[in-house]
Write a protein that binds this ligand. Structure first.
Ligand SMILES: *[C@@H]1O[C@H](CO)[C@@H](O)[C@H](O)[C@H]1NC(C)=O
Ligand SMILES: *[C@@H]1O[C@H](CO)[C@@H](O)[C@H](O)[C@H]1NC(C)=O
Ligand SMILES: *[C@@H]1O[C@H](CO)[C@@H](O)[C@H](O)[C@H]1NC(C)=O
Ligand SMILES: *[C@@H]1O[C@H](CO)[C@@H](O)[C@H](O)[C@H]1NC(C)=O
Ligand SMILES: *[C@@H]1O[C@H](CO)[C@@H](O)[C@H](O)[C@H]1NC(C)=O
Ligand SMILES: *[C@@H]1O[C@H](CO)[C@@H](O)[C@H](O)[C@H]1NC(C)=O
Ligand SMILES: *[C@@H]1O[C@H](CO)[C@@H](O)[C@H](O)[C@H]1NC(C)=O
Ligand SMILES: *[C@@H]1O[C@H](CO)[C@@H](O)[C@H](O)[C@H]1NC(C)=O
Ligand SMILES: *[C@@H]1O[C@H](CO)[C@@H](O)[C@H](O)[C@H]1NC(C)=O
Length: 424
């Protein structure tokens, strides 16, 4: 067998046993989450003194690294009752539990060396580092600490760096640091771009110069005529959220963003964000109109994925296909072809945030936020009836950061031949 046919044989083997594009698997579901408490006595005491109020704890953010799944539990609407804001999913005595990450000590409210409110994080698989954003605020009224970016080493579960964001860039009394993406220069993380959903700003942090900037533009605001979200047959007009989902293109040339209360998708060149000290035209462009409103965006090596909140669905945009059809580059292509990835009207309500694993699956949380909003988990669900879910869908691509790893040849690429196939 020559080398070429060995390769095609191997691909055939790999893909015939692989999953089907768009295949969805339910990974976790909860009515209320269970934390991995140090002891039953501490759990009982926290329930008694009100530092733990189970119905206030909703799993929202998600990131996957190797076989580990990390989630966030935002401390919103209430000033108490969320003992943990960042956790890793573990199995203890055959039970799924949320273990505070990296420790209980980091979950301490009102201690500025610990997390106050974590909505999102991002992982650099090349260095096994997790970048965690913290608003510094709890329950939308306690302005406890400055906003921060923490960097953890996932191999040793230790804190490597902590970067405080200045009040002049991320306002201590009204920010909602919502989502984060990483930008690489010469193969390593140089910048973080973050959305501030309350102040309607795009935040830029340069890890080398330790400087922070913000960019404010009308494209980041709520569109008043697009704020009504039809969910579960009801109209909701109170989830007013500005710039929220952000994603970075696989070539690291553009950042895409959208407000929740908007159908518009926008693009900004990273050349603008990397050079904030020089005043120039931002290059912001409205790329198109999405099928529905969206909380989070996620760019793989090919497609841009986004939740369709009013449709209980996840869609994607195959940019390459639209660029070919329109005969233009990424700088001019408009959002035309929107493809349904998955939909489930009962079990995929409010597809909120996304994560890629290194095996070709896109993970997402379905957290039914409008039903939770300000009231907590409903009292009338039967014990054991799931409210929040984590799904994964086979999309045959990894996140853009693992592509870097693949190019550097450090990590097994998708669909790599097993040794015996190469020898065949
Ligand atoms: C409530 O109980 C928890 C668990 O024992 C404890 O860590 C915490 O300090 C207590 N908080 C207050 C305000 O009593
Ligand atoms: C753990 O759960 C699995 C699947 O539900 C079950 O087959 C197994 O017996 C359980 N093991 C223990 C030790 O309870
Ligand atoms: C933060 O926001 C508050 C409320 O709008 C405002 O009064 C204050 O000046 C802002 N702080 C900074 C540093 O911009
Ligand atoms: C990237 O690496 C090249 C080659 O080593 C170097 O010339 C260039 O200055 C680097 N760029 C930055 C922004 O550090
Ligand atoms: C909202 O208004 C803007 C500006 O007039 C328009 O571009 C957009 O299409 C409108 N959106 C909806 C959902 O009607
Ligand atoms: C930053 O912007 C200035 C002004 O537009 C330009 O002269 C300079 O080359 C830019 N620097 C980088 C690193 O792109
Ligand atoms: C929706 O998901 C639920 C839970 O996994 C499943 O039982 C149901 O068959 C799904 N419905 C559709 C239409 O796929
Ligand atoms: C559930 O019951 C508690 C206590 O009565 C109440 O405070 C809370 O608002 C209720 N939650 C919902 C979603 O109705
Ligand atoms: C996965 O992607 C590879 C490379 O783009 C392609 O050749 C293959 O057909 C895809 N497999 C599935 C199951 O979609």
């Amino acid at each position: 067998m020559n080398r070429l046919s060995a390769t095609s044989f191997c691909l055939l083997f790999v893909y015939s046993t692989a999953q089907r594009f768009g295949q969805a698997e339910l990974v976790y579901e909860w009515d209320t989450v269970e934390f991995d408490w140090p002891s039953e006595a501490e759990k009982a005491e926290a329930l008694r003194n009100g530092t733990y109020v189970p119905e206030r704890n909703l799993v929202v953010g998600i990131k996957v690294h190797k076989d580990d799944v990390y989630v966030t539990i935002p401390r919103w609407f209430w000033t108490t009752g969320h003992p943990v804001t960042l956790a890793k999913i573990v199995t203890v005595n055959n039970e799924t539990k949320l273990r505070p990450y990296p420790s209980w000590a980091f979950q301490k409210q009102a201690d500025c060396k610990s997390f106050q409110f974590v909505m999102s994080m991002e992982i650099d698989p090349n260095t096994d580092r997790m970048y965690v954003i913290d608003t510094g605020r709890v329950g939308n009224i306690l302005n406890l600490c400055p906003a921060k970016i923490y960097i953890f080493d996932l191999k040793s579960d230790t804190l490597l760096e902590m970067h405080e964001l200045p009040d002049s860039v991320v306002n201590r009394t009204k920010n909602f640091l919502n989502d984060i993406v990483l930008d690489y220069i010469n193969g390593s993380v140089r910048y973080a771009y973050m959305s501030d959903a309350y102040d309607s700003r795009l935040i830029i942090y340069d890890f080398e110069t330790k400087s922070a900037f913000y960019l404010k533009d009308p494209s980041m605001d709520i569109e008043r005529n697009a704020s009504v979200i039809t969910f579960n047959g009801e109209e909701y007009d109170y989830i007013l959220s500005a710039i929220n989902g952000i994603a970075i293109s696989p070539d690291f040339n553009y950042v895409y963003y959208c407000a929740v209360s908007s159908y518009s998708l926008y693009q900004i060149p990273t050349s603008t964000l990397r050079n904030m000290s020089s005043a120039k035209d931002t290059g912001i462009r409205r790329v198109g109109t999405k099928v529905s409103q969206t909380a989070a965006l996620a760019y793989g090596n090919n497609n841009l994925y986004y939740g369709a909140l009013g449709l209980n669905a996840v869609y994607f945009w195959d940019l390459k296909q639209d660029m070919m059809k329109q005969k233009v580059g990424m700088d001019k292509v408009s959002l035309q072809t929107q493809t349904l990835l998955v939909r489930n009207d009962s079990a995929m309500q409010w597809p909120d945030t996304f994560a890629f694993d290194n095996k070709g699956w896109l993970w997402f949380t379905s957290d039914r936020l409008p039903l939770f909003w300000a009231k907590g988990l409903p009292n009338n669900t039967k014990e054991g009836e799931p409210f929040m879910r984590i799904w994964k869908v086979y999309v045959n691509e990894t996140g853009i950061y693992s592509k870097l790893t693949n190019e550097q040849g450090k990590q097994t690429a998708l669909g790599q031949c097993p040794v015996w196939a190469v020898l065949a």
